[in-house]
Design a protein around this ligand. Structure first.
Ligand SMILES: Cc1cc2nc3c(=O)[nH]c(=O)nc-3n(C[C@H](O)[C@H](O)[C@H](O)COP(=O)(O)O)c2cc1C
Length: 154
């Protein structure tokens, strides 16, 4: 069964609720194993075995959270192959971000680091510090879109 990895950081719960909404969206498509992990618990094997990835973070000081950056730092070399190149090249990817003033800088930091991993970013959701039903619905739709795109790629 194909696997989709959701990696996120959250302290006060906004991004965590977004992560579970993304999971709900993936599960709507069905036939996927969804692995949802806090960034400090996720590792290179989670990444290597995934067909798609959703990454969530609050904006901290105009950047992604330290645990999310640490996830990228720990996994970058292990996903480089001397023969095959980046093992995560073209891996389908979505982001979800929350920030006190909207989260755009953290989003930009995710986009930049994703270029090194060669992820194929297909969509994202950014929101302020307060969740609405509309944002959660957009996260469900984000997960659904990721799963459907992964499915169509096979
Ligand atoms: C240490 C720290 C730094 C933050 N820096 C920013 C920032 O630079 N820009 C911003 O928009 N929000 C900033 N925030 C606010 C959080 O991004 C915002 O409250 C977010 O919704 C928290 O997500 P969470 O509920 O998943 O923890 C910061 C919060 C903390 C704790």
């Amino acid at each position: 069964m194909n696997k989709i990895l959701i990696v996120y950081h959250s302290q006060s719960g906004v991004v965590e609720r977004m992560a579970y909404a993304v999971k709900e969206g993936i599960e709507k498509i069905g036939n996927f194993e969804v692995v949802l992990k806090k960034a400090e618990q996720a590792n290179q094997d989670d990444l290597k075995t995934a067909s798609g990835i959703a990454i969530g973070t609050p904006d901290y000081f105009d950047y992604m959270a330290g645990t999310v950056k640490d996830f990228f730092d720990r996994t970058f070399y292990p996903v480089q192959s001397r023969i095959a190149g980046s093992l995560t090249a073209n891996m389908l990817c979505v982001f979800f971000v929350s920030g006190g003033t909207g989260g755009q800088p953290a989003m930009e930091s995710l986009k930049k680091i994703s270029m090194a991993f060669k992820f194929k970013v297909i969509d994202y959701v950014v929101c302020g510090p307060h969740l609405s039903e509309e944002i959660l619905e957009r996260c469900v739709e984000l997960g659904r879109k990721l799963a459907e795109t992964v499915k169509n790629k096979q």
